[in-house]
Design a protein around this ligand. Structure first.
Ligand SMILES: NCc1[nH]cc(CCC(=O)O)c1CC(=O)O
Length: 316
């Protein structure tokens, strides 16, 4: 009788930022791994990243997405941790050499949420109402759809942002629904924004697990956490962003949803920050592989570029 050698992880360390949301996400992955590998010792190494320290300026002005992942990658590099859990939205489109996304987990609600103590929807807000958002994408959408609103920057982690709303600094704020739901604060969501009002960012609501490249054992152990439909949808979205040099200083949205079991509907826009100029493109295709999803994203990016999207982007 031939016995196949099944390897089994004995100890796994998850690197995580220390914000409440990041910790929730790391604990979620830890619990999934413990269920898969009951005897395995899974622990979390919490750390503060540059992105967490810089709370006073708009993120796009201080270096963008990489700020939240660099320290975690150093921990992977030095062998202090095996995997890092990220909100995929914060992960740069191209990882540094030596790292890879080993899997993408099933996506939470990818939409943006309208949060307010006094109003139920964006449409209810009176002229001049102050709306808080840290994202250039949300800002451009709101300025274009609701030019009578006063859009103001809003930084900080989820609790800080909600605190500023509750202190009355804003009439409403826009947050990702996924973060609120994960932290048990779904009741703060007054309404979900239609994609026409605020198209989500590439990868929003999905968790990605990053590892050092060249660890096939680890990749195999994590494979059961991959959710293929979510992975294909966000791959299409991230391809658009990658082709356009996507970073935090670009008002860019890319949102793919499945219609039926095999048809992927991808919508995207690139805007000027003032919301005055917007290029839009969308496509519906039958998609069956990651490669195919990636090509779909590139096609949508090409259409945006043909419409002059590059003129809206900062020079590279
Ligand atoms: N840019 C910050 C960020 N990164 C991930 C989330 C939570 C939602 C998600 O997992 O996409 C948020 C908060 C927000 O945009 O309101």
């Amino acid at each position: 009788m031939v016995m196949t050698q099944i390897s089994y992880p004995k100890k796994l360390v998850i690197a995580s930022r220390e914000s409440r949301l990041a910790m929730w996400q790391a604990e979620y992955v830890r619990d999934c791994l413990k269920k898969l590998y009951p005897g395995c010792d899974v622990s979390i190494l919490g750390m503060t990243t540059r992105g967490d320290q810089i709370l006073d300026r708009t993120l796009s002005k201080v270096g963008g997405k990489g700020l939240f992942v660099k320290e975690l990658e150093v921990a992977l590099e030095e062998g202090r941790a095996d995997l890092a859990v990220h909100s995929l939205k914060d992960v740069p489109m191209q990882l540094p050499v030596g790292f890879e996304l080993s899997c993408i987990m099933e996506r939470e609600d990818a939409r943006d949420a309208f949060v307010s103590n006094d109003y139920a929807t964006l449409a209810d807000l009176p002229a001049g109402a102050v709306v808080g958002t840290a994202s250039l994408r949300r800002e451009a959408s709101l300025r274009s759809r609701y030019p009578h609103l006063n859009i103001q920057p809003l930084r900080g982690n989820l609790d800080t942002r909600l605190g500023k709303l509750d202190k009355g600094e804003y009439a409403a704020i826009i947050l990702a629904a996924a973060g609120l739901k994960r932290l048990g604060m779904a009741q703060r969501i007054r309404s979900l924004l239609a994609p026409e009002d605020s198209l989500p960012a590439a990868g929003q609501g999905a968790l990605g697990i990053e590892i050092r490249a060249g660890r096939p054992d680890l990749k195999d152990w994590l494979a059961p956490l991959n959710h293929a439909p979510s992975a294909m949808a966000v791959t299409a979205e991230r391809a658009v962003s990658r082709a356009l040099g996507g970073s935090c200083d670009v008002p860019l949205a890319a949102y793919a949803i499945w219609e039926g079991s095999d048809s992927l509907y991808l919508r995207s826009f690139v805007a000027s920050t003032d919301g005055q100029s917007i290029c839009r493109s969308e496509k519906k295709l039958s998609v069956a592989s990651m490669d195919h999803a990636d090509r779909m994203g590139l096609q949508v990016a090409d259409e945006l570029i043909a419409q002059g999207a590059k003129d809206l982007l900062p020079p590279r």
